[in-house]
Each structure stands twice: as C-alpha cells, then as structure tokens.
Design a protein around this ligand. Structure first.
Ligand code: MG
Length: 240
C-alpha cells in the first residue's frame, strides 16, 4: 500500500486502533461458551479443561490453547473457526445483545471530531467483530474497516500489530486496549499504547505497561486520552 493513502489534505493520518473485548464492550462470564460449542460441534466432545488466562489472546490462539489443553489436534483449528463464524451469525440473528463499555459512543465521536480515524485491532475475526459491535449498539460505519486488523488467524497479538505497523507505515497510530498483552503487542510493533481499565485488569495492573496513559474508563478518562494522543502527535514520528 502506498504511503500517500495515509495523507489527507497534507496532514498525516492518525489511526486510533480500538480493541473490542473489555475496551469497547464488556466482557461476560459466558464469553467462552461459543468457543466450547464450536469445538464440541467439530470434534464431538466438549472440552473439559479450561484455559485460565484468555484475556488478550487472539481467537485462534485461544482456540489452539483449548484444543491443546484437551488433547485435541491443532489441525482442527480452521474447521473450528469456520463453525465459530457460523454460530456467531446464528447468535446475531437470534437478537444477541452485548453491553457497551461506558463512554464508547462519545469517545468514538471525539476521535472523529479531532480529525483522527477510528479503526479496530482485535483478536476477533472480522464477522464476529461486526456482530459484537452491532450487539452493543455501536455504529459499525464509524470505523475504517480497510485499515482495521483482525486476529482470528493470528498465532499471537504480536503478529496482528506487526501487520498493522507495516500497513500503516507513514501514518500515526495508537492502540487502545484493556490488557497487558495489548501493550506488549503494541510495543513490539512500535505503536503507542493507551490502556483502559474496563476489562479484566485494573488500572494498577495496567500501569506497569508502556501505556502513555492509563484511564479508568472512557468517560472519566476521555480528556486524558485525547491529551495523550495530541501530545504524542506533537512529538512522535510516524510509523516506519
Ligand atoms: Mg481486550
């Protein structure tokens, strides 16, 4: 992709890359059910061994971990991901509802108002990401899907951020996420990180990350987020 696509009216584009789970929408205790359903429907056996710290993993990474923990073959992953997509569609069509994190709509509007581009960087697949946002009443047309990154097939979040860094070279980008893994993956790609404590990790647990700023939520922390991005734009170089 040519770097010229990241310029608009002579200004370098700035992408705000939103994580979804725990950042835009609330985690739920039932979140893993669909993974277990998908594996059960492909293998005929419901996994009994749980993966204890799934937060921040890509879907492919988590599914592989569940398969391994239950002595099921890794080469089932493509079939499981396909089934997961189908079950997500069924769930969506049945009127699935998810809870937005506080202040999400306002934060997305403020990003646009500052001339920055809302996009996604998530361990979910593209269809599942769309269904989750719709289920939480978030307007999917507010995101630049061409410059968004979906990690269902990525072995780790680092692969996802490496792709983002290469694709967005010449522009500026910031990752907003809710786990230390989001921060580590942002670091490895040289993308600045902003942490929000609406997921499984509290602000104290996120403070040791590289985050420019750690905010409690997108209401109380929105001004801090905007200031951090503005300050970084003033000093940081573009992605290389
Ligand atoms: Mg998350």
């Amino acid at each position: 992709m040519g770097q010229s696509s990241h310029w608009k009216n002579g200004v370098v584009s700035t992408y705000i890359l939103w994580d979804i789970d725990g950042t835009l929408i609330r985690n739920t205790a039932k979140a893993g059910t669909l993974y277990l359903d998908s594996i059960e429907q492909v293998t005929g056996a419901r996994p009994t061994v749980r993966v204890t710290s799934p937060h921040g993993m890509t879907e492919g990474q988590l599914l592989l971990a569940i398969l391994a923990a239950n002595d099921l073959p890794a080469d089932l992953l493509p079939a499981v991901l396909l089934r997961l997509d189908e079950l997500s569609k069924e769930q969506h069509e049945a009127g699935w509802v998810r809870e937005r994190c506080p202040g999400v709509r306002e934060a997305i509007a403020e990003v646009s108002a500052n001339g920055w581009i809302n996009a996604l960087l998530t361990g979910n697949g593209v269809n599942r990401a769309r269904y989750k946002l719709l289920a939480a009443g978030i307007d999917v047309d507010l995101f630049d899907w061409e410059h968004s990154f979906f990690g269902a097939h990525s072995p780790t979040r680092h692969h996802l951020t490496a792709d983002a860094g290469a694709t967005l070279a010449g522009s500026r980008a910031f990752i907003v996420g809710d786990t230390p893994k989001d921060g580590e993956a942002a670091d490895s790609a040289g993308i600045p990180f902003i942490a929000v404590a609406t997921g499984a990790y509290g602000a104290d647990q996120l403070r040791p990350t590289s985050a420019l700023v750690v905010i409690d939520d997108l209401i109380s922390g929105l001004d801090d987020l905007l200031v951090a991005v503005n300050q970084s734009i003033g000093t940081a170089s573009t992605l290389r």
